[in-house]
Every structure is written in C-alpha cells, then in structure tokens.
Design a protein around this ligand. Structure first.
Ligand code: FRU
Length: 583
C-alpha cells in the first residue's frame, strides 16, 4: 500500500491514503464479448470542496460531511444491491471495507471488526467497523468500534480475550476483550492497545499508548496470540518496507520485548502486511506452525496476495521447514487473512478480504465496496510431493443449504454438454467431481495440451460467461472471468490457473457463487481460487461441457443458499428444474 499525505488536509489530521495500489470455442452461443464489454465508468466525485475538480477519485476521499453512498446515482445503487450485493458474504451496508480485524470468539459471539471508511466507498479515513454473529453467517452490525483520532487512523490489528486480566485493565475479578492495532499517520505507525468491558462494543484506549513505537512509518498490523507452552502473549507485526516480521512477547499485553525477526523471505513485493502466526493441525496427526505474510503490491498475479511458510515455533523463533513459499490463493481476491482467536471447537478458522489494492476502489459498486471471504477452516495436508500445504473449506456454510436442485450429468461424450437453469437471485454451493477419459489414441504428436478439457460455464442471456475448467492432460484448472462484461480495468486481470493433479485425470470442485464473488475449492480445498466477478446480469445458466475427450461427472450437488445477510429485502427466488440438452 503506497501512502502520501495530502497537504490540503495535514492541518486537520485527516491523513490521505492512496492505494494502488479461454476458453476458445468453449461454450456454444457465447461470443462477441469483446465488442459488448462495458468500460468501467469513472467513480463519482464527492460533494466536498476538497474533492471537487479531482480527476482521479482513487487518490482522494470525501470529507466526513459526505454521506456514504450519497453520491451514487439511484440506478447504480440499485445495481449495487440487486446484482452485486452478496447474500452469504459479509459486506458493509455503505462505505469502504478492507481487512478483517480483531477476529475473536468471546464465548458467545464471533466478532468481525474490519478496516472501514464509513464516509465513502474509497479507502481513506480508516476506522474499525464491527459486526457480530453466532454462526459466522448471519452478521449483525454494531457501532463503529475504533475511530480515527488525532493519533491517526485505526489500521489493522487483532483481538484477544484477556479472560484472567493479565493486563490489569479490568475491574478486579473480571476480564474482557483487548485489541492491539496500528495508529497510522503519514509520519508514524505505532502499536496501540484498547480494551472493552462491554463485550467488544466500545473501547477505551490505554493511557500508555503507544505500546510499541520503533520510529517507523511502515510498522503495522499486530496479530497477537497466546502461547500456552511459555505462558505469554506473542505478537507478530510487519516492518513493512524492510520485509521483516518482528516477534514480540509480553506477560501483560502492555509491555512488549522483541524476541526474534523473520525475513526477508519468500516474495518481497513492496510491503509486508498483516502477518498471522497459527498452529494448524496436520491431517493424519500432529500440528505445525504456519506464518502467513501478506504482500502488496508485487504479487505474482499482480497487486496483493498472501504467502505462507510452514515450520516450527518454539515460543521465541519461527523456523520454516524449507525455503519454499506458497501462496494461499491462485486468483487475485483473497488478502490480509486473519485467524480467529478462541474458537470454541479449536478448529483454526480464518477470514480474508476479497479484494486487491490494484482495483478495489474502482469496482463497480457505488454505495459500498468490500466483501469478506467465507469463513474458512484451515489445516495442513501433504501434497503429491509430500510438502505440507494449507487446505481450506468453508466453515458453517452447509447450514444455509436449501433443497438440492435436481441435476444429473453422468457421462459426457467428447464435445458434448448439458445446460441447466439456475435460480437468478440465490447464492449457490455446487459440488462435483469429474474424471476425464484417457487420452484418445491416434492423436498427432504435439496435440497433448489441446485435448481433454472439462468446462463449467456460468452464463446469462447477456453473453456474460464465467468459465471454470480442467485440462486433464496437463493437470491444470483455470478460473476465467474474461467473459464477464460489468467491469474492466487494466489490473483487473481476467484469467487464473493452478496445477492440481499431476498424475490423475480426476479433480473435485466446490464452487460458491454469490453475486459479485466466486470461491473455488479444488480437491477438498488443496487449491483455492477467490475472485470478484462482475457480470451485467445474474448468471442464471449452468453449462458443463467436454472438449477433446469424454468425461464422467460424479457426486454433483447444487444447493441454493438461504440469504444470511439482509442488507436488502430478498427478491423472489425461483427454483427451476434441470433441462439437459446436447450441444
Ligand atoms: C492491508 C493494509 C494494512 C493496513 C490496512 C489499512 O490491506 O494495507 O497493512 O493496516 O490495510 O487499511
């Protein structure tokens, strides 16, 4: 994240933050998208004199007097709500949201705090927004938890339950929620503490703040965990520009001692951000420590991405098993993930921000921007090369599944497909596995890569197409949003791919499609692709097709998901039946 101070605002402490940050002949009937592709319209200008006349709204943010979404035309607001507003993902009612913060289960509620500019759909005047849930799906808004103050914006941080009052901040015999977060100005980034005695609704800032100041303006995003073996609190925090993560320890959350450093390691990018340290269970037994480091910009796919290292942590030092770095996602919209503290089941659960600093302030919603990923349960599994990899699965989503939409595909000969209608206004949870036939004999040499594809297309009457596919003989999966015509921007890269199954012609898919979001879990979460999608109308047709070789589809289940987020009155949902057809 690049930043700069706007001289027009320095005197009133408003710190301006600037962030920049195939499917050839696949599905019959989908063509001509290039000519019909809509250009992204320029984002609206706010009413503030500070904003008037600016050519690029991304470089500025409206003044507090501007009401959220107030500058969005009515028609745009309608599209924001009816077409792009997810129903099972958390989004802010209005304003701009990025990183999840302070993820904590307090014994009763799951708390979701988040980076929030309540005044406009641009990143700028950063507060902590807040919502609570009892099931990680239905979220209730709470008042803003941390404001901007003269000490700076309230940047990313974490929460812990100080149940035994190790901080001594709570009335005798009680404990409560403590948050550690970054106060950011153009000149300084420091770590600060605040505590809540009312269950995380309101916070008092510690009089001794900052609790950490190393004289840097790129020192941010503290994540605190309790280390049972040494009985102390551990903080990981990024020295962003130096590509280092500093580890601190504390007995009381107030006094912190540096105990080790990690990095530079893996991908440098420009800034290291939002570190997370977590002990993850290994499938089959045991645990391993994993250090997640978000980088921005400079990710291989462009912009923002999160890398992770698997290793050991002895209470002082994190040592990676090997100098190999892995990315948590193969697409572009899963960033700044944070793990929940105090999860009742003990299962590690994380949420990431579905966004990328390259285009998050230009996406085509006008009254709100920012989507949280589904909560994801994470663990480690050995891959074909025996390397431990983080695997992910949506947590709690099954509870929202409605009656299954009947659909049987079974075997498809080469060059054949089926199409079925989908309910236009419901999020969908789709699972299937597919096995592509062996390579047909008698192919000319060099024809390898062009044979044996299985393609899943989500389409509509507007020629929008979201294409997901498996190229069996190279063992790769693609996720391609190129055929969606609702948003175009140079950094809004269209196609992503991942190598999944080097030795088999089989792959399993779980696809969660929800308005402007798609999350693709492959092979039980071994690889995950998360992407924002902007069609021009609801994707109300599902096609499955083969090219080059036949394929067999097994265990296909399509579930509409009950609306969990009631930002808008639910539109009527039609539940159509299947209509298989040969292509
Ligand atoms: C990551 C990030 C953090 C920072 C926050 C500001 O997306 O840049 O490093 O604390 O966003 O909103």
């Amino acid at each position: 994240m690049a930043r700069r101070a706007d001289p027009a605002r320095q005197d009133n402490t408003f710190i301006m933050i600037m962030r920049r940050g195939f499917a050839a002949s696949v599905l019959a009937g989908i063509s001509c998208w290039m000519t019909s592709r809509a250009r992204a319209e320029p984002a609206p200008q706010g009413g503030s004199p500070l904003r008037r006349g600016r050519e690029e709204p991304e470089t500025s943010h409206p003044a507090p007097a501007d009401r959220p979404g107030g500058n969005a035309p009515t028609a745009a607001r309608a599209t924001d709500e009816t077409l792009y507003r997810p129903s099972v993902h958390f989004t802010p009612a209005t304003g701009f949201m990025n990183d999840p913060n302070g993820l904590l289960h307090d014994g009763r509620y799951w708390h979701l705090y988040y980076q929030y500019d309540p005044f406009a759909p641009y990143a700028g005047q950063v507060h902590w927004g807040h919502a609570v849930s009892t099931d990680l799906m239905h979220w209730e808004d709470r008042p803003i938890a941390l404001d901007m103050t003269e000490a700076g914006e309230a940047f990313t941080g974490s929460a812990v339950l100080d149940a035994h009052d190790s901080s001594g901040l709570f009335p005798a015999g009680t404990g409560g929620i403590v948050v550690l977060f970054t106060r950011a100005t153009a000149k300084a980034q420091t770590q600060n503490l605040a505590w809540s005695s009312d269950g995380g609704t309101s916070f008092t800032e510690y009089a001794g703040n900052p609790v950490l100041d190393v004289g840097s303006n790129s020192f941010r995003d503290p994540k605190v965990v309790f280390h049972r073996e040494t009985g102390r609190w551990i903080m990981v925090v990024a020295l962003a520009r130096q590509h280092r993560i500093i580890f601190y320890a504390s007995p009381d959350l107030l006094h912190w001692t540096e105990i080790s450093r990690f990095g530079p390691a893996g991908l440098p990018g420009v800034d290291y951000e939002c570190p997370n340290l977590v002990e993850l269970p290994v499938e089959g037994g045991g645990t391993r420590w994993v250090l997640f480091v978000s980088i921005n910009p400079g990710a291989p796919q462009g912009g923002s991405a999160t890398q992770y290292f698997v290793g050991t942590f002895d209470g002082t030092r994190f040592v990676p098993d090997e100098p190999v770095v892995t990315l948590i996602d193969f697409a572009k919209d899963f960033y700044a993930l944070q793990f929940y503290e105090n999860v009742p089941s003990g299962d590690p659960v994380a949420i990431g921000w579905m966004g990328n600093w390259q285009y998050c302030e230009e996406t085509p919603t006008r009254s709100w921007r920012g989507v949280m990923s589904l909560p994801r349960r994470m663990r480690l599994r050995r891959d074909a090369a025996s390397r431990l990899r983080v695997v992910q699965a949506p947590e709690g989503l099954e509870a929202l599944r409605g009656p299954e939409i009947e659909a049987t595909v079974g075997r498809l000969e080469a060059g054949h497909g089926v199409e079925l209608p989908l309910p236009a206004n419901a999020a969908l949870d789709i699972v299937l596995s597919v096995e592509v036939d062996p390579r047909p004999s008698g192919l000319p040499p060099g024809d390898k890569g062009r044979s044996g594809r299985f393609i899943i297309g989500f389409a509509n009457a507007n020629d929008d197409l979201l294409s997901i596919g498996f190229d069996a003989f190279s063992g790769q999966v693609w996720l391609d949003r190129e055929g969606l015509h609702g948003f175009s921007q140079p950094f809004f890269t269209e196609s992503f791919s991942v190598a999944v199954t080097p030795d088999t012609r089989k792959v399993s898919f779980r696809i969660v499609l929800d308005a402007c979001s798609v999350e693709l879990f492959l092979n039980d979460g071994m690889d995950v692709g998360t992407a924002l999608i902007f069609p021009t109308a609801a994707l109300d047709r599902l096609r499955m097709e083969t090219s080059g070789a036949g394929a067999t589809v097994r265990d296909l289940h399509i579930y509409p998901l009950a609306r969990a987020m009631n930002r808008v009155p639910p539109p009527p949902v039609s539940a159509p039946g299947p209509s298989p057809s040969s292509t």
